[in-house]
Design a protein around this ligand. Structure first.
Ligand code: PGA
Length: 250
């Protein structure tokens, strides 16, 4: 089961985080190319910036690549940062912005996330804007209001060429997955907020779920009416798990 036929094609976005050297990344791409068959879901690999270069050639045709973060600045004296133009030149299609690990460990605010998303769009990249609540917010029952406020702030000045990923922080890397119902509750609320901002175009936009997605739960989560794919961390590292998820989505 995948998202409704009228909706956008399911996206399996793989977030490698700080894993895989350039050599390992290319070897992984070649391994996937040996077994990959184009199916219902689109696949994109979000690799560490230095491991992106040359990755697209190693991957099977039709598999996209993307960055995990991008500078809000165009170019210049920003030591250590990677620009949207650099990601684009390395053949990226997507870039993750506002991942909860960036928000938590690097103090990224909603305004900073929106600035990065705008910069990505200015260079033809599609930002994957991440939002989601922590455990304390969930336990207070404020997860919908919290996540929508974060979304509105993170989409300031951002146009409709965007993907949104709902990632409840308590489900990331913990093995504790939100239920398909939890994912749908927030995906539907996010769709409503996107409709307020972008009108009917919201129906064609992708809302992903992320947090401990793996081969045995990906189909039920992505089968929800408002969930158009998944952002996958831990289970994105092995080719076997990725093929398992793709098989489950058929
Ligand atoms: P996980 O990570 O699949 O390991 O929970 C998801 C993410 O952080 O994007």
């Amino acid at each position: 089961m995948t998202a409704s036929p009228a909706g956008p094609r399911t996206l399996l976005a793989l977030n490698w985080k700080m894993n895989k050297t350039p050599t390992e990344a290319r070897a992984w791409g070649r391994e996937l190319a040996g077994e990959y068959r184009r199916g219902k879901a689109e696949v994109a690999v979000m690799a560490p910036a230095i491991s992106l270069y040359g990755l697209k050639e190693a991957l099977p045709g039709g598999v996209d690549i993307g960055g995990q973060d991008v500078s809000a600045h165009e170019s210049g004296a920003y030591t250590g940062e990677i620009s949207a133009a650099m990601l684009r030149d390395a053949e990226c299609t997507y870039v993750i912005v506002g991942h909860s690990e960036r928000r938590e460990y690097h103090g990224e605010t909603d305004a900073a996330v929106a600035a990065k998303a705008r910069q990505a769009q200015a260079h033809g990249l599609t930002p994957i804007v991440c939002v989601g609540e922590g455990l304390d917010v969930r336990e207070r029952g404020e997860h919908v209001a919290y996540t929508l406020a974060q979304l509105r702030g993170s989409l300031e000045g951002v146009d409709e060429r965007v993907v949104v990923a709902y990632e409840p922080v308590w489900a990331i890397g913990t093995g504790r997955t939100a239920t398909a119902g939890d994912a749908e509750e927030l995906a539907a609320a996010i769709r409503g907020a996107l409709r307020e901002r972008y009108g009917d175009l919201a129906d064609g936009l992708r809302v992903l779920y992320g947090g401990s997605v793996k081969p045995d739960n990906v189909a039920s989560i992505c089968g929800q009416p408002n969930v158009n794919g998944a952002l996958v961390g831990g289970a994105s590292l092995g080719v076997g798990d990725v093929l398992g998820m793709l098989a489950a989505l058929e």
